[in-house]
Design a protein around this ligand. Structure first.
Ligand code: KG4
Ligand code: ZN
Length: 369
């Protein structure tokens, strides 16, 4: 089966072709045209600028995805597109391109929730095979029930999945998403957009214990709060943590030019955010007893989070398997949308998917099958 996936919910125009053979999801092409440079000048994504760029790039990107995969439109079995949530001017470009192709090519079309795509990125067969070259088990060995920590620019949720495409949100952020907090902290510290990767990079600068920055930062004690850590539920809150960073910088305005100070704040912020995420995930797993723990969303590209959550699972829950998407499929991409499209089509009893029924929805909620 060959699936074309399309994603335009934010600032990435993406198209990819996936091949599913013997329960193995292989990416034949994954083309992403990023608008980061364009939006960086504005310190965030400007919806109408994003839409204009998507419009310019959508068909060249789809064309490249088919060409790279060496697949003709007639060979495509199924088309999937992100129908929400996201910026409506951006979503409309992808949805209308997908509807046009489905109509002209006479193919079934499915609308996919962006977060469902992030979750299903964990089922994509890795480019490199498992450790020691051993064959990867079916769908990378992910077993239900699943507990998934979703961390992106718009979402922070703990999602329990008893089976494919069934979602129970057991906890979520009460204010900012964790990616949003990373971005806002970067803005406070003048580190540019997007903030997550730069805060993460600055946090590592302190790791080199011989560096001048490390010795300097050792003299500065920065302690940020761990919001909701001891609350007896699985919800999160990151807006207070971001404000605590703002107050910290106001206490020492003269130090803002000191790289060691910036690095120390980034490290403490990253520690605070990841500690809360990990503690709540482990506690939720102890309560709900999943077989697999998954990480999903753009913040799953954060190396500290990937590593520390993995260590915590091995230590506290050794019987559970831990899965993270490859970095390429952690950030916004369309291979993940095509992967989710495969499962929706395969497991649904519905056999016809007319393009007329697909609509873009800015606030789409994660919907179970
Ligand atoms: O999933 P994503 O690409 O877009 C949304 O669906 O929102 O997530 C983007 C978010 C941004 O907030 C970005 O700063 C954050 O993911 N991010 C990171 C890292 N890479 C991206 N946050 C922390 N560390 C990273 N390495
Ligand atoms: Zn995303």
């Amino acid at each position: 089966m060959l699936i074309l996936g399309i994603e335009t919910s934010c600032d990435e125009t993406a198209a990819s072709v996936l091949e599913v053979k013997k329960e193995k999801i292989k990416v034949l092409s994954n083309v992403v045209s990023s608008q980061i440079k364009l939006h960086a000048a504005w310190g965030g994504v400007v919806p109408n600028l994003a839409a204009r760029e998507h419009l310019k790039n959508i068909f060249p990107v789809i064309h490249s995805a088919l060409k790279e995969a060496r697949v003709k439109p007639s060979a495509i079995d199924l088309v999937g597109v992100t129908s929400g949530p996201g910026l409506i001017p951006a979503l409309l470009i992808g949805v209308n391109a997908a509807k046009t192709l489905a109509y002209v090519w006479k193919k079934p079309l499915l609308g996919i929730h962006h977060i469902e795509g992030h979750i299903y990125a964990n089922f994509i067969h890795p480019v490199k095979s498992a450790k020691g070259g051993a064959a990867m088990p079916q769908f990378n060995g992910v077993k239900f029930p699943i507990l998934c920590l979703v961390v992106s620019g718009g979402h922070t949720q703990l999602v329990l999945m008893k089976k494919h495409l069934h979602y129970q949100i057991i906890g979520e952020t009460q204010d900012d998403a964790v990616g949003e907090a990373f971005d806002k902290v970067a803005r406070i510290l003048g580190l540019g957009y997007p903030g997550g990767p730069s805060v993460a990079l600055w946090a590592t600068k302190i790791k080199n214990k011989k560096s001048h920055a490390y010795r300097q930062a050792g003299k500065i004690k920065i302690i940020l709060p761990r919001p909701m850590l001891n609350k007896d539920n699985f919800n999160f809150s990151f807006s207070g943590l971001k404000t605590a960073v703002l107050y910290e910088t106001k206490k020492h305005p003269a130090l803002m030019k000191e790289p060691a100070y910036i690095a120390a704040i980034c490290r403490e912020f990253q520690n605070a955010a990841t500690e809360v995420l990990i503690a709540k995930t482990i506690r939720a797993a102890q309560k709900y007893h999943p077989c697999s723990i998954l990480l999903a969303g753009g913040v799953s590209a954060n190396l500290e989070l990937r590593k520390k959550l993995g260590s915590a699972v091995r230590k506290e829950l050794p019987k559970m398997t831990y899965h993270i998407p490859e970095i390429t499929y952690a950030l916004d991409n369309s291979a993940m949308i095509a992967a989710a499209t495969y499962f929706r089509q395969k497991l649904s009893r519905k056999k016809n998917y007319p393009w007329q029924t697909i609509e873009a929805a800015a606030n789409l909620k994660l919907f179970s099958l």
